[in-house]
Design a protein. Structure first.
Length: 631
C-alpha cells in the first residue's frame, strides 16, 4: 500500500496535513529527520504510517506513560500490534513484550527513556529488526532545552547498537539553538529539519496586568464560555483556586502529581467529558491531552520559559475555532520569577551538603553504595535535615546531571492489597455489595498470597474480571473495603527513587562542572528574562513575539491579541460596543439569514457597528456566509 492508502485504511483520513507527508517520505528514504510540529499538528501519524509501511518494529521513546498507554490501546483497536514498556511493569511482562518484538509480533513499541539503559532491553534490542527509532518530545535531550531529562542521553547509546536505522525526532517547542543541539546529540548524519509554522491563527494571546488575579480570573471565565485550564505553580493553589471557582458558580477540579493515579484519571475524564468545565492544575496536567474544544487556557502564575508557556497555551483551540490564552501578571511576578533562579540553582556548597546528608539518611559510607536504590520521601528528608523541598529537589536534579545519583519520580508503583481478615471469616460477612463481592472474588481467583502479605495487583485487570467498567470503580471499592477493615490497600502512585550511580564520594570531591551548572544557570536566567520581557512588552504583537522567539522572523500582527487590539485606531471597549452587539443579535434572533446591508437600518454609528460585528464574528456568536449573516 502507498502511504496515503495506509492512512485511509487505518485512520480513515483522506490525506496528510501540513508537513506530515514530507516527514514520512524523508524517514522512509532512510534519512535522519527532525520534525517541528506545534501541539495538535498530528505528530503520531509521522511515525505510525512509516511503521506500517516498513518491515520490523518502530521503537518510540516518550516520557509520557499515560499517553503511551492510550496510544497502544487505540492502535490495537484499529488492528495495529502495539506494545509499551515502562517503569511499573513486572520483569516477566517486559521480557514477554521484548520477545514479541524480536519475533515480529509487534509493529510499534513505546518505551520510556528510563528503560533504555537496562541490560535486558539492550540485549533484546540487538536482536530486533528495527525500522525506525522515534524520539518524541525530542527537546528533552538538549541541555539547552527548557525540559532537559538526563535519561534521554541513553538514546544516543542505543542508536550506536543500530547505526543504520534512521532516527525521527519530534517536538512542538524548540529554539534555533535547541534544534541544532537535538541533531548533534542524536548523531544525525546530516542536518535535516522540517518545520510547520508555530503561528496559531485562531488563538488570541492576552496578558492581563492586574493587582487582583483572583477577581480577574473569575471575570475572564465568566466572559468566555467553554472548557478551560488554569495553570498554577503549587499543588496547594490548585485546591484553593478550584474551591474559589466553585463558590463563584464555575465547576472546577484540582489536578497535580501528588494525587493518586486513579483520582487523576477520573478527574481528567470528568473534565474531558464536560462534566466539569475548568481544570485547575500544575504543569503535571497537559502532555497527551486529547481535548480539541478547550476555549481558554489561563496562566495564573508565570511559567519558567516561553517554551513551556507556548506548549501549555497551545492546548486551547485545537479544533481550529477561536480560543484564548491569557497570562495574569502583576508587579510581584518579576521578583518571583527571578527568585526561581536561586531555587533552581542553589549554591554548589549547598548541593554538596545535600549529597552528604543523603548518605547520612541512607547510612552509606564513603566508597560504598554503588547501584543501591532507595525510596525517597522528600518531606521526611527535609524535616530530618531542616532543608526546603524546592531547593532540595533542585540539588538532587543537579547531582543526577553530574552523574553521582539518579533521582527519578517516573517509577509508577502498582497498587497493593493484603487481606487482614481470615479466609474463613468471609462467609460471615453480610455487608458486602454485589460489586464488592465480585472484586473480592476476582482478587482471590487471580492472586495468591493475599492473606499472608501485600501483593501487587492490576486494577484494570481486576475490573475486567469483576465485570466492572473502569479501574476507578475498583479503586473506590478497595478503599471502602479498607475502611471496613477487610483488607489493607496501597493505591498505585508515583514514587520518587534515589539510585547511587557511583560509589559515595567525600563532599569535597564532588565536581559540579561548568556545563551542568554555570552554563545551564545562565540559560535559565535568559529564559526567565524572556518571560518577563514578553509579559511587559505592550508594543509588539504577542503572537509575533512568540514566533520570533522560536526563530520565525517572517511574521505579521495577529490583530487579536491585547497589544493589537489596544493599538487599533478604531478601538472601542467591550462596554462601548455592548449595545450594538445586542441590537445585531436581536436582528438575527428570528433564525433567518440576513443581508449585511440590513445592519445599516439599525442606525448604529459606523465605528461601533464595525467593531461590534468583528467581535461577534471573532467570538463565533454569529456567522457570515455569502454576504449573509446568521446566528
Amino acid at each position: 500500500m502507498t502511504y496515503r492508502e495506509i492512512l485511509r485504511h487505518y485512520w480513515h483520513y483522506d490525506d496528510f496535513r501540513g508537513i506530515q507527508r514530507e516527514i514520512i517520505e524523508s524517514i522512509c528514504a532512510g534519512k535522519d529527520t527532525l520534525g517541528l510540529m506545534p501541539t495538535g499538528g498530528g505528530k503520531s501519524i509521522t511515525f505510525q504510517v512509516p511503521a506500517m509501511a516498513n518491515d520490523g518494529v518502530c521503537v518510540v521513546i516518550t516520557p509520557l506513560i499515560a499517553l503511551m498507554k492510550d496510544q497502544v490501546a487505540h492502535l490495537r483497536k484499529i488492528g495495529i500490534m502495539a506494545a509499551a514498556i515502562y517503569g511499573s511493569m513486572r520483569h516477566e511482562e517486559i521480557l514477554v513484550t521484548l520477545e514479541n518484538c524480536v519475533f515480529g509480533g509487534v509493529k510499534i513499541l513505546y518505551v520510556s527513556p528510563e528503560r533504555l539503559g537496562s541490560e535486558l532491553f539492550q540485549a533484546k534490542f540487538r536482536h530486533m529488526k528495527v525500522s525506525i527509532i522515534t524520539v518524541d518530545e525530542a527537546h528533552c535531550i538538549s541541555q539547552w532545552g527548557y525540559d532537559f531529562r538526563p535519561s534521554y542521553l541513553e538514546i544516543a547509546k542505543i542508536r550506536k547498537l543500530k547505526p543504520d536505522v534512521p532516527i525521527l525526532a519530534l517536538t512542538a517547542t524548540a529554539t534555533p539553538q535547541v534544534i541544532e543541539d537535538i541533531q548533534l546529540r542524536l548523531g544525525f548524519k546530516e542536518n535535516n529539519v522540517f518545520r510547520m509554522s508555530y503561528e496559531r491563527k485562531n488563538l488570541a494571546y492576552i496578558v492581563r496586568k492586574t493587582t487582583d488575579k483572583y477577581e480577574e480570573l473569575c471575570h475572564i471565565l465568566h466572559s468566555v464560555d467553554g472548557s478551560g485550564i488554569v495553570y498554577v505553580r503549587s499543588r496547594k493553589r490548585t485546591k484553593e483556586i478550584s474551591e474559589l471557582l466553585i463558590k463563584r458558580g464555575i465547576s472546577a477540579l484540582a489536578y497535580h502529581a501528588g494525587l493518586d493515579n486513579a483520582i487523576r484519571d477520573e478527574r481528567q475524564k470528568e473534565w474531558h467529558d464536560d462534566r466539569v468545565r475548568i481544570m485547575v492544575a500544575t504543569n503535571a496536567f497537559g502532555m497527551g491531552i486529547d481535548k480539541p474544544d478547550v476555549r481558554i487556557v489561563i496562566h495564573f502564575d508565570c511559567p519558567d520559559s516561553l517554551e513551556a508557556y507556548f506548549q501549555e497555551a497551545g492546548r486551547a483551540g485545537r479544533d481550529g475555532r477561536k480560543a484564548y490564552a491569557a497570562l495574569l501578571y502583576n508587579d510581584s511576578d518579576e521578583r518571583k520569577l527571578k527568585r526561581r533562579v536561586a531555587d533552581t540553582f542553589p549554591e554548589k556548597d549547598y548541593i554538596r551538603e545535600i549529597y552528604e546528608h543523603l548518605a547520612y539518611y541512607y547510612q552509606i559510607g564513603i566508597g560504598s553504595g554503588y547501584g543501591a536504590s532507595f525510596v525517597f520521601d522528600i518531606d521526611k528528608f527535609c524535616a530530618t535535615f531542616k532543608h526546603f523541598p524546592i531547593q532540595t529537589d533542585a540539588a538532587l536534579k543537579i547531582l543526577t546531571r553530574a552523574g553521582y545519583i539518579n533521582y527519578t519520580e517516573e517509577r509508577d508503583n502498582q497498587a497493593r492489597v493484603h487481606f487482614i481478615i481470615d479466609r474463613n471469616d468471609f462467609y460471615q460477612i453480610e455487608s458486602l455489595t454485589a460489586n464488592e463481592n465480585n472484586v473480592v472474588t476476582a482478587l482471590l481467583r487471580n492472586y495468591g498470597g493475599l492473606f499472608t502479605n501485600f501483593e501487587y495487583i492490576d486494577e484494570a485487570f481486576v475490573a475486567q474480571q469483576a465485570g466492572l467498567q473502569t479501574a476507578q470503580q475498583v479503586y473506590m471499592i478497595l478503599k471502602n473495603l479498607s475502611e471496613k477493615r477487610i483488607l489493607k490497600f496501597i493505591p498505585q502512585r508515583k514514587t520518587p527513587f534515589i539510585t547511587y550511580t557511583e560509589r559515595r564520594e567525600a563532599p569535597e570531591h564532588i565536581v559540579i562542572s561548568r556545563e551542568i551548572y554555570d552554563d545551564r544557570k545562565k540559560q535559565f536566567e535568559k529564559r526567565i528574562e524572556e518571560v518577563i520581557r514578553y509579559a511587559k512588552n505592550d508594543d509588539i504583537c504577542r503572537s509575533r513575539q512568540l514566533l520570533r522567539y522560536f526563530g520565525e522572523t517572517k511574521s505579521k500582527d495577529c490583530h487579536q491579541c491585547d497589544v493589537c487590539i489596544a493599538h487599533r485606531e478604531d478601538y472601542l471597549s467591550d462596554q462601548q460596543i455592548k449595545p450594538a452587539k445586542e441590537q445585531i443579535k436581536q436582528l438575527l434572533s428570528d433564525g433567518k439569514k440576513h443581508a449585511i446591508t440590513e445592519l445599516h437600518n439599525l442606525r448604529i454609528p459606523s465605528d461601533e457597528l464595525h467593531a461590534a460585528l468583528s467581535c461577534l464574528i471573532d467570538e463565533e456568536e454569529i456567522f457570515i456566509e455569502n454576504h449573509l449573516l446568521h446566528l
